[in-house]
Write a protein that binds this ligand. Structure first.
Ligand code: ATP
Length: 679
């Protein structure tokens, strides 16, 4: 091992001494075990402890090759940010990457050309090709089990979700090894046999005739390495992951899946020095029952050396006693505050309905505005400003933001959305807005912005337009037609360009909504849009009724989307109907235009927002001073779900409620509150 340059060591020392690890953190830092599992609660400094460990290994052991792994990109950013607290720049001895990036490096070293497919449109064209090939096989061999699946429109997203989980779980291999055959296996495990068939076809085409992957989409590199590992004999070593690092430090252990676990086990067994893995199993919120769940710690331990030490971190730095005491009974955990006297407050409120909840949020927002501005994290430099305080509102479901946004905007609150678009920019809503704006009963003066129209066009592509079918002859050769990716990207897919063309041109807009094309000779793509646009002007008297019009509902019901997405679209439409009930289309779109203008103005003035709406997924790994968690009701947040998913729902609420460092508000429906808990 090479020692770091001396000036580095001095700087690291100076930074390092500012931190005083807790006794619990010290147990991790001073361990002599070869492998350590850190089972931690939120804000207890998991990531910080890993960062201290890395700095320490460099300082005291001269470690020169430390691998810091996380599951997600957000996890990588968190590691880098914590490391920077101890060392001025990320030391060259440390490599920070996701499991997927590590696997991609390994594959590149094997000399594979590694063509990447990252563009969603390309991915969906490839899925369509595989679907066409499956249809073709079906005509030839008339297997009846897939009749039903193949007679329906292809739902590309449902396939992509299925594929991701199947690869994380190494499903194709599990089916092979089960020896029972794919159909009985799928029945027993309640898997969609049609989707399985499509996956098998897709994978065969992806590997082509040479059995070498033609391309790698996200997740494929981990899948490939895990598959290679699965083909090794029991005690064969896997050279690419042997003796490569002096230490492996893994964050976000709770999100491990079977494929990533196999890679991790190989690393730990492959002479890569010390292993420290940290996770908070309450924060497992990734979808899919395939992932390591429930007894996850025991499951991970099974894969690690027998003398692996398990250390718990319960002492949180993030918040004080008041919040700890609020969380413990709700989640059956044992948070203790590192700074017991830290100013922290936990307030529980009850609301009668959504409007009441929104009004209470506005009152909380006023309270937050009266707080002192947040000090910048770094010492004041000429360009740095103090931040005005901001209320962070964490939502389980994006459709819940619609009423909140509408009410906040009318009160002049400058809000931002993170992890979700503003409601009028979401494709399902924007499409309905565009239809409203093109109807006969809507006056010519109403103009939707290019952003809204562009989202509406995305909606049109998703819910209305049927993709062109790929060339059967090419697929018959047994490999994907990669050339078609370039050629089969029709002009209309560039939604921003289409929106720019359509802006302010009502007739063109009407035609486009019906034909999904600029070509006036193109066949009607959406008879439902055509009927909607033919409705008499009176249909525009009440925008709320229009949102609930049977033709609008049918438009989504007939779209090639999964039942979950259909449910989401219906909920969004219902929430939209609520805010525009009783307003004519003109009035509603007029008010919406004012709201959009105000937001554009605030952006152009670079005004900081004083309220942020966030999804649970987006706030994970972050810390905010003021957090409100509204619309909490049993069956809503947490949503009702089957056993494994119920656990995930509970975790969603846990993640939301563990983000606040100063004040936390929990707003519960008075009919079905979650407290006193446990959730
Ligand atoms: N030893 C320490 N000394 C001072 N502050 C610390 C220490 N350890 C952690 N902290 C602070 O506590 C907060 C939480 O730390 P960190 O984000 O590393 O925890 P975490 O367990 O990874 O959080 P989460 O579970 O929410 O992702 C941060 O503000 C961090 O700077």
């Amino acid at each position: 091992m090479t020692s770091p340059p001396p000036h580095h060591a001095v700087l690291q020392d100076a930074h390092f001494k500012k931190r005083y690890p807790t006794l619990e953190q010290n147990a991790v830092l001073n361990t002599t075990a070869r492998a350590v599992l850190v089972n931690a609660l939120a804000g207890t400094g998991k990531t910080t402890t890993l960062a201290i460990k890395a700095a320490d290994l460099i300082r005291t052991q001269g470690a020169s090759r430390i691998l810091m792994l996380a599951y997600s990109e957000a996890g990588l950013a968190a590691i880098a940010q914590r490391l920077e607290k101890f060392v001025p720049t990320i030391p060259r001895q440390v490599q920070i990457m996701t499991v997927e990036q590590l696997c991609s490096t390994v594959l590149k070293e094997q000399g594979d050309p590694l063509v990447r497919v990252t563009e969603p449109l390309h991915k969906s064209l490839l899925v369509r090709q595989a679907h066409a090939a499956l249809l073709q096989d079906h005509v030839l061999d008339k297997a009846s089990e897939t009749d039903d699946f193949l007679s329906r429109d292809l739902d590309v997203q449902a396939f992509i979700d299925f594929e991701a989980q199947a690869k994380q779980r190494l499903l194709l291999r599990a089916i092979d090894q089960s020896g029972v055959g794919a159909l009985p296996y799928c029945r027993e495990h309640q898997l969609d046999y049609g989707l399985y068939q499509l996956l098998a076809k897709y994978e065969r085409l992806r590997r082509g005739l040479s059995n070498e992957p033609l391309f790698y989409a996200p997740g494929d590199c981990t899948y490939e390495v895990a598959t290679q590992l699965g083909e090794l004999d029991f005690d064969d070593a896997y050279a690419p992951l042997q003796g490569r690092f002096d230490a492996v430090l893994f964050d976000e252990l709770q999100d491990l899946d079977e494929a990533a676990m196999r890679v991790l086990r190989t690393l730990v067994q492959g002479g890569n020095g010390l292993f420290v893995g940290a996770g908070d199993f309450n924060q497992h919120i990734l979808p899919g029952a395939f992932s390591v769940f429930g007894d996850s710690l025991a499951r991970i331990r099974q894969e690690l050396p027998a003398d692996t030490q398990v250390v718990a971190l319960n002492t949180t730095y993030r918040f004080g006693n008041a919040i700890c005491q609020g969380l413990n009974p709700l989640f059956g955990v044992e948070f203790a505050a590192h700074y017991p006297t830290k100013a922290s407050a936990f307030e529980q409120r009850r609301y009668t309905d959504d409007e009441d909840c929104a009004r209470q949020l506005l009152a909380i927002h006023d309270t937050v505005l009266q707080q002192l501005p947040q000090r910048p994290q770094q010492p004041q430099s000429p360009g740095s400003h103090t931040h005005p305080p901001c209320l962070n509102v964490v939502l389980r479901s994006p459709e819940d933001s619609i009423l909140l946004e509408w009410m906040f905007a009318h009160e002049g609150v400058h809000y931002a959305c993170k992890g979700m678009k503003r409601f009028y920019q979401r494709r399902e809503i924007a499409l309905v807005l565009a239809i409203m704006g093109a109807m006969q009963g809507c006056s010519d003066g109403v103009r939707l912005t290019q952003g809204i129209l562009s989202s509406a066009m995305e909606g049109l592509l998703r819910y209305v337009r049927r993709g062109s079918q790929p060339d059967q002859d090419v697929l018959a050769n047994g490999a994907f037609d990669m050339q078609a990716l370039v050629e089969d990207s029709p002009a209309e897919v560039d939604t921003r360009v289409v929106a720019a063309e359509l802006i302010g041109k009502r007739d063109l807009m009407r035609r486009f909504l019906v034909r999904a094309s600029f070509n006036p000779q193109a066949p009607v793509a959406s008879p439902l849009c055509e009927q909607l646009l033919a409705l008499p002007p009176e249909a525009c008297a009440d925008a709320g009724l229009l949102c609930a019009h049977p033709l609008v509902l049918q438009l989504f019901a007939q779209a090639p989307i999964s039942p979950d997405e259909l449910r989401y679209c219906r909920d969004s439409l219902a929430a939209l109907a609520r805010i525009c009930a009783g307003l004519s289309v003109d009035e509603f779109l007029g008010r919406l235009a004012l709201m959009v203008q105000a937001s554009i103005h605030q952006h152009s003035q670079q005004e900081a927002s004083s309220l942020q709406l966030l999804t649970v997924e987006r706030c994970k790994g972050h810390e905010y001073e003021y957090v409100a968690v509204p619309l909490v009701e049993r069956g809503r947040f947490p949503r009702s779900a089957a056993r494994q998913d119920a656990y995930r729902e509970r975790n969603m609420l846990y993640v939301a409620m563990t983000r606040a460092s100063k004040r936390l508000w929990l707003l519960e429906g008075s009919q079905r509150p979650v407290s006193p808990g446990p959730v």
